[in-house]
Design a protein around this ligand. Structure first.
Ligand code: NAD
Length: 295
């Protein structure tokens, strides 16, 4: 069992750190917020006074932070964590961040002789709580091999997506597809309403036809058909619309840098931007069906 430093004990990081402690690891955790620290302490995570204290001497350091800015601030520059961790410490970032930040930290870690893996997740808070996350990992084969057993204490599926930053690349391509798919599902089911077609009939047919997709099968934006869908609980997330917007914007940034044409994702980012700006950011992303309906 390893001594692990865990930084960022929020909605995702809190239960992830708890699962590492439950698996028998010695976990020292740090968050800027007192309430996150208190919750973590109740789950077997030892409170550290600073990020450096959590990371110093740890065999592995896991970060679960809001975005790329916090990752860069923590790791890079004078007083950054890269200087504080042991030479053989394994550094894993599971936050969803922009590709440039992930690759900047990879490069700085390599220059300092440290091992870094970008390992963003899919599965949300429920997946974090149930240790059922999917991890998409970017880094060397050797780094991935070291990270895999640790990540398996927090997830059900741990996949190597390739070299530095490719975990984030997989995450943003996947979520770009999810955002576009959800809007397609919304449009089809709103058109069905206007055509007098029962949504249950459309679901039964489409789920066995060429229009089927994961967003429809799991997150149908209409209530009463798919068990577990946020539509059944007045669109309480689930996967909040503001997080979908964050991921769509990250995919747009990456598309711009790579000169990839992503017109459907650009439209999806614009639509989710309007939906969030209208005060709906904390609703599940499937609630965008209301806007598609014109409400
Ligand atoms: P959150 O805001 O609940 O947690 C982030 C935590 O990081 C906060 O508690 C904050 O205080 C802490 N933090 C920020 N800077 C810090 C620093 N320098 N040192 C220590 N702590 C610091 O967010 P979350 O929902 O847990 O999401 C974390 C990451 O996971 C994000 O990148 C998000 O995009 C990604 N993600 C979230 C979900 C989800 O459903 N919530 C799903 C997949 C991926």
């Amino acid at each position: 069992m390893a001594r692990i430093g865990f930084i960022g004990l929020g909605n995702m990081g809190g239960p992830m750190a708890a699962n590492l402690a439950r698996a028998g690891h010695e976990v020292a955790g740090f968050d800027l917020k007192d309430d996150a620290m208190e919750r973590a302490a109740g789950t077997g995570v030892a409170p550290a006074t600073t990020a450096r204290a959590a990371a110093g001497g740890a065999e592995a350091v896991v970060t679960m932070l809001p975005a790329g800015q916090q990752l860069r601030d923590l790791y890079l520059g004078e007083g950054g964590l890269l200087a504080a961790v042991s030479a053989d410490s394994l550094l894993i970032d599971s936050s969803t961040v922009d590709l440039a930040s992930a690759r900047a930290v990879h490069a700085a870690a390599a220059a300092a002789g440290r091992i870094f893996v970008d390992a963003p997740v899919s599965g949300g808070v429920a997946g974090a709580e149930q240790a059922a996350l999917t991890f998409m990992c970017g880094g060397s084969e050797a780094a991935f091999a070291r990270a895999k057993p640790l990540l398996e204490a927090m997830g059900r599926s741990v996949v190597h997506a390739g070299g530095a930053g490719n975990g984030q690349a997989a995450k943003l391509c996947n979520n770009m597809l999810l955002g576009i798919s959800m809007l397609g599902v919304c449009e089809a089911f709103v058109l069905a309403e206007k055509l007098g077609l029962d949504p249950q009939a459309l679901f039964d047919i489409a789920s066995k036809s060429s229009g089927s997709c994961w967003a429809m099968l799991n997150h149908l934006p209409l209530p009463g058909i798919v068990e577990g869908a946020a539509a059944n609980r007045d669109y309480r997330p689930g996967f909040a619309a503001n997080l979908m917007l964050k991921d769509l914007r990250l995919s747009q940034e990456a598309a711009l840098q790579a000169a990839a044409a992503t017109p459907l994702a650009a439209a999806a980012a614009a639509l989710f931007g309007m939906f969030v700006n209208a005060g709906n950011g904390d609703l599940d992303y499937s609630a965008i069906v209301k806007m598609v309906r014109g409400h």
